[in-house]
Design a protein around this ligand. Structure first.
Ligand code: NAG
Ligand code: NAG
Ligand code: NAG
Ligand code: NAG
Ligand code: NAG
Ligand code: NAG
Ligand code: NAG
Length: 818
């Protein structure tokens, strides 16, 4: 008897549910939440469909990558049927009914989700395909597909999954909460693939950027087919002409395109890093996440740093509305329309996008202040210099605040008492403790009623409730304590919140053991290696001759530099200003400068390509996010540093500005700004200096990497003359010209550095030489911008260089006068 009952139960359950680890489910069968291994697995083993735990006793029917990318990590979910209504962990099941409907039932038999398909007489089969698509097939009668999960994506697209006018991606609420969030990717009525923030209070389209015309954003409204797809190699193409190539272009099994909970779309690939697998970003729509609308809710300010990621803070005078959720933003601590003295606080470099109630042209600051004071709906105004006069933009809502717009200031209207409590701290200390809120997983209560319950169940239920209440109390106490901590550590409002610190001279002296180990030397000063008190290794630069500069100016400028955050810019950790000492503290780069690596031949072709692209990205960021004065002006291999993985990072940007104040303008220009061989002709001919000077230097650096020669080749005999130095650019052009006649000329073989190891892709190399020569044009208008360079390098095939043979480069070269 004892053996027979379990046997019967097993028989019973195997009859009425699918056997585990199948790849298909047929009519009349179901998958139950009660059996952990009751899943569908695709034939290639890559994907699994089954019940996925999203909370305590809460499950969603999902598809995920079978293998978790790391031990003890949850697997990566790519689709969910019932993300907003999780089902109970007992007695819930997904069944393929006899009428052809695929139905997800909760424990109380309520239908939570269904495909609403019908097929009364044919035989059916629900199959998880190798692509990750869950498909309901009709096998006989009229064979065909009745339903597929690819038509109803959640927040993820797999490769070759068609995104159509009927599809949309909706972000998750947070990284741990899979229910529908506020961001949406869809085809707008004008045929443009768009991103929308659809928050509790406002909605706005934020991609393509709303201040751009569609054609400026490279989009077209003409094609109404509204389809888009990421193909198996990693090319994305949409019918509105938007497209990109991922940076690891090529066939990969594990690649997803996801609308993340922060409103950014990213393409990830699973990469193996020293035995550790992780999802790595291969493309993203936004590099400055604060420009995504709605991220911090109303009345709050978004800041971003590489180290701490994105952060939200209430504007001074406002407090957080919902402690657990930034989407609700902040609310005023005062009554906006109450009588009483009002004044303004000024936040530098801050912009709040949109919601202008009025625009006043050519006004003084006083006039704007008065106008806003007269209107109780006015929350503040943006005061901005446009071409030749100041304008002000009065705001009735403070939304989309971020801290990247350099020339902007916003004036926030507050009652007098709150204005006087405002401290404008230019640079703040690291707030390490308040920046990472601890993760709290709240149980999702999924209750279900049993009509007839007996006495002992009732007792159990009461017991459970008591435990539950105790648990909730504990959680509340925990939240209270952790909130109290963070409230005390963030006492005052800091307009600049980056991991940026002011050091004392004594601290840095200790860190460098009295400036013992010199690791570099340049125009701006000497660099020493040091160890900070938190054990981080840093590069500490002692600036020389920074005269004529008040502390405030130095601080303001250094904090601007410190706010620039990009993976291809060196991170500024802090600074020191004390007496005549001016020091800047940078992150330490293990592999030194590109100059030393080139000299010692450490780089193979693969690394050289990566360095070319990374450097271009860093410069493109500098040129696009900043004003002209953050031009680098001294791009050369000594200023391109390499981290442990040989990722390039630009150093020394922004510093040139610190030097040309006060002193003799012209002489300090040629002395400090630029290095012989890398300098654009504009310097010599005294033409206006624009970002194109960096483009020129970049071109020279690339040629130097390819040829292994220095930018100025000395003493070339020119017809028996005493000799004139030839530039590297001239030399490369000459080599190409020599081979113009011969169709299959091999100039590329002649110019490449034969000491560099590794194979190179000839097409890519030719593309690189071509870009470098364009960058090094004499005429600055003929040079591409840095973002164009990034584009050409990342998508070699998509531009005018379809036939990337040597002849095409020669023809390009021919168009240009020597
Ligand atoms: C299924 O039903 C349809 C009409 O409802 C009929 O046309 C078809 O022949 C039937 N197929 C089979 C296999 O019975
Ligand atoms: C997820 O977010 C939704 C919507 O805000 C909320 O109702 C739900 O309780 C959250 N779930 C968890 C597990 O926090
Ligand atoms: C519209 O876009 C689709 C997909 O990109 C393409 O196949 C089709 O030819 C386009 N139609 C027109 C009229 O350009
Ligand atoms: C997308 O497709 C169109 C035509 O189908 C093509 O002209 C365009 O170059 C493609 N974009 C990318 C990035 O491949
Ligand atoms: C705060 O946000 C959470 C999660 O979105 C929500 O469940 C809760 O109701 C909100 N509280 C208030 C007071 O709005
Ligand atoms: C701006 O206003 C001032 C004073 O009202 C006036 O003198 C000036 O001409 C105006 N500038 C422009 C460009 O309209
Ligand atoms: C962070 O918290 C730890 C312990 O809770 C404390 O020792 C440390 O001093 C704090 N750091 C800062 C910067 O407040």
């Amino acid at each position: 008897m004892f053996f027979i009952i379990p046997l019967l139960i097993t028989l019973y359950s195997s009859l009425f549910t699918s056997s585990s680890q199948a790849n298909a489910l047929s009519k009349g069968l179901s998958i139950s939440v009660d059996h952990e291994h009751d899943n569908l697995v695709s034939l290639n083993g890559l994907f699994t469909a089954g019940f996925y735990k999203v909370g305590i006793n809460a499950y969603c029917f999902s598809i995920w990558f079978t293998e978790p990318h790391a031990k003890h990590e949850n697997p990566t979910v790519v689709w969910m049927a019932n993300r907003d209504i999780p089902v109970n962990g007992k007695h819930s099941k997904l069944s393929l009914h006899d009428d052809g409907n695929l139905v997800l039932e909760d424990a109380d038999h309520s239908i939570v989700w269904s495909t609403e398909t019908k097929s009364t007489n044919g035989s059916l089969n629900l199959k998880l395909e190798d692509t990750g698509n869950l498909v309901l097939h009709q096998l006989n009668g009229v064979p065909g597909m009745l339903w597929q999960s690819f038509d109803y994506p959640t927040d993820t697209l797999l490769h070759d999954q068609l995104f159509t006018k009927d599809s949309q991606l909706v972000s998750s609420r947070s990284t741990s909460n899979f229910s529908s969030g506020f961001f949406r990717l869809y085809f707008e009525n004008n045929n443009i693939l768009s991103l929308l923030y659809n928050g509790p209070e406002i909605t706005s389209v934020y991609w393509p950027p709303p201040y751009m015309k569609t054609w400026e954003a490279g989009r077209s409204t003409f094609n109404s087919s509204r389809i888009a797809k990421l193909d198996s190699e990693g090319k994305f193409n949409s019918s509105d002409d938007f497209g990109f190539f991922v940076s690891d272009f090529g066939i990969r099994r594990n690649r997803i395109m996801k609308l993340d909970s922060d409103g950014n779309i990213r393409v990830y690939s699973l990469v193996d890093q020293k035995g550790r697998k992780k999802w790595e970003v291969q493309w993203q729509a936004f590099s400055s996440p604060c420009k995504i609308h709605g991220v911090c809710g109303p009345n709050s300010l978004c800041t971003y740093s590489q180290e701490h990621g994105r952060k939200c803070e209430c504007v001074h005078g406002y407090k957080k509305k919902n402690q657990s959720d930034w989407a609700y933003g902040c609310e005023p601590k005062f009554k906006p329309c109450e009588q009483g003295e009002k004044d303004y606080i000024e936040l530098h470099h801050v912009e709040f996008y949109g919601y202008d109630m009025r625009f006043l042209q050519n006004r003084t600051l006083e006039a704007c202040k008065q106008d806003c004071l007269n209107d109780c709906n006015c929350k503040g105004f943006q005061f901005k210099f446009d071409t030749n006069f100041y304008n002000c933009y009065l705001k009735n809502l403070l939304y989309n605040g971020y801290q990247l717009g350099f020339e902007h200031s916003i004036y926030i209207k507050l009652p007098q008492n709150l204005v006087s409590s405002f401290q404008q701290a230019l640079v703040n200390e690291i707030e390490s403790n308040s920046s990472c809120p601890t993760h709290i997983i709240m149980p999702i209560p999924r209750s279900y009623e049993r009509k007839h319950e007996n006495g002992s169940l009732k007792v159990l239920r009461w017991f459970g409730m008591v435990i539950g209440v105790l648990e909730i109390l504990l959680i509340l106490i925990f939240i209270y304590i952790s909130h109290k901590d963070s409230a005390t550590s963030a006492k005052s409002y800091y307009p600049i919140a980056s991991g940026f610190k002011r050091f004392t001279y004594a601290e840095l002296k200790t860190a460098t053991s009295n400036f013992k180990e010199e690791i570099g030397r340049g125009g701006a000063g000497v660099v020493y290696k040091g160890k900070l008190s938190d054990d981080r290794i840093a590069a500490i630069k002692v600036l020389k001759e920074v005269n004529h500069q008040g502390e405030v100016v130095f601080q303001a400028e250094i904090s601007t530099i410190g706010r620039l955050n990009h993976m291809n810019l060196i991170e500024t950790l802090g600074y020191c200003i004390e007496g005549k000492h001016r020091l800047v503290v940078y992150e330490y780069m293990e592999n030194g400068s590109l100059a030393t690596s080139l000299n010692s031949n450490k780089l193979n072709w693969g690394k050289k390509f990566d360095i070319a692209i990374g450097t271009a990205k860093g410069l493109a960021y500098l040129h696009e996010e900043c004003l002209e004065w953050v031009l680098h002006c001294d791009v050369k291999p000594h200023n391109i540093l390499l981290d442990a993985d040989y990722n390039p990072k630009l150093a020394d940007f922004g510093l040139s500005k610190l030097f040309d104040r006060g002193g003799n303008e012209t002489s300090s220009f040629s002395r400090i700004r630029g290095t012989r061989g890398y300098m654009a002709p504009e310097w010599v001919f005294n033409l206006p200096i624009t970002s194109k000077v960096d483009v020129y230097s970049y071109g020279v650096v690339i040629l130097e990497m390819i040829t292994g020669k220095s930018p100025v080749l000395q003493m070339v005999q020119l017809g028996g003359d005493s000799g004139r130095d030839q530039t590297l650019v001239e030399w490369v052009r000459e080599k190409i010209r020599e081979h113009i006649g011969s169709q299959n000329g091999t100039w590329i073989g002649e110019i490449v550095d034969s000491r560099t190891s590794g194979e190179y892709d000839k097409g890519m190399l030719i593309n690189l030489v071509k870009v470098a020569l364009q960058c090094a044009e004499e005429d600055r208008d003929a040079r591409p911008s840095m973002s164009q360079v990034v584009n050409i390098l990342l998508h070699p095939g998509s531009h005018d260089s379809h036939d990337m043979n040597e002849a095409s480069v020669s023809s390009i070269y021919n168009k240009v006068s020597p």
